[in-house]
Design a protein around this ligand. Sequence first.
Ligand SMILES: NC(=O)C1=CN([C@@H]2O[C@H](COP(=O)(O)OP(=O)(O)OC[C@H]3O[C@@H](n4cnc5c(N)ncnc54)[C@H](OP(=O)(O)O)[C@@H]3O)[C@@H](O)[C@H]2O)C=CC1
Ligand SMILES: CC(C)(CO)C(=O)C(=O)O
Length: 300
Amino acid sequence: MIAILGAGAMGRLWAASLPAHETAFVPRPGQTNTAPVHFHFQEVDGQSRQVTVSWLNAADTPALALVTTKAGDTLDAMEHLTNWLPASTPIVLFQNGLGSQQAVAERWADRPVLAATTTEGANRPTPDQVVHAGAGETWIGPLTDSADQKLYAVVARLSVSGLSIRPEQDILGRLWKKLVINAGINPFTALLDCPNGDMLSTDLYLSHIESLCTEIANLMNAVGRGPADPEKLRENIEAVARSTARNTSSMRSDVLSGKQTEIDYINGYLVRLGQSRGIATPVNQMLTEQVQQLSSGEQE
Ligand SMILES: NC(=O)C1=CN([C@@H]2O[C@H](COP(=O)(O)OP(=O)(O)OC[C@H]3O[C@@H](n4cnc5c(N)ncnc54)[C@H](OP(=O)(O)O)[C@@H]3O)[C@@H](O)[C@H]2O)C=CC1
Ligand SMILES: CC(C)(CO)C(=O)C(=O)O
């Protein structure tokens, strides 16, 4: 049995892709409605099928747990999850950005905690519909000592889904690469309310991207994630913006649907890191504050 904490787009993608009856969603504390969850799942090729997923019950002892909550919900949600899980059960964190993964790994340092970064794309146009919008790759790697020996078994277990999964010893390195892309695309597209490709020609983007990349490179070099060259970071950001030109970024999508964004774990993480290292991050700070205002409805 694989427990999935977070029955949103990503959690449902995994539930639909793994063998039927092998997964169960973890209920929230005090949740009374434990009727199975039914939803329509649309595959990448456009075919649809009905999926049914049960809720975990007290008698279940999951062999693996996937945590597919948003970054900001993860630490609280994990408190509840760990009551259900044997101490040896591997836990895989799927959050974007950085900060939440390290917080979980520190809090549960004795448990096998792993992190994943994925380029799979899933969305939920209506509550009972999930669309697998794009096939990608998922990289999984250990965050705690006891996760090391579980890595290959976890990858094998999840590969049954048919999704492309690979082991990655330096998962924090991969998360950093994704963080750079998200930090350079997500806040601009949310503030400009535009698809990824359209930000590239805007004044907001053009007047800040050079300084943003310099701030990120300074941080990467300071924390041993270098050598990082601002010009190269910019090229990587722009290559992804062009290859996903018509996409709505997850941050723009969160703002449009009135959800909490993950800005605090993307540019906000970089601001906190800068504060702890004495490195100035004014552009990251400005973007973080503006997106926070946007999603709290304070912006005019
Ligand atoms: N969707 C995608 O294509 C991708 C997503 N990711 C990352 O995966 C993570 C999840 O994303 P996504 O699935 O899109 O987000 P969603 O908002 O669709 O799903 C998150 C789910 O977690 C639930 N949740 C929150 N708190 C708890 C809790 N305490 N206990 C149980 N469930 C809880 C939410 O419930 P409720 O809605 O009721 O609040 C929601 O159903 C994010 O970090 C995202 O960046 C990464 C790459 C691609
Ligand atoms: C790469 C990018 C920017 C694609 O939209 C993404 O990961 C996101 O939207 O969060």
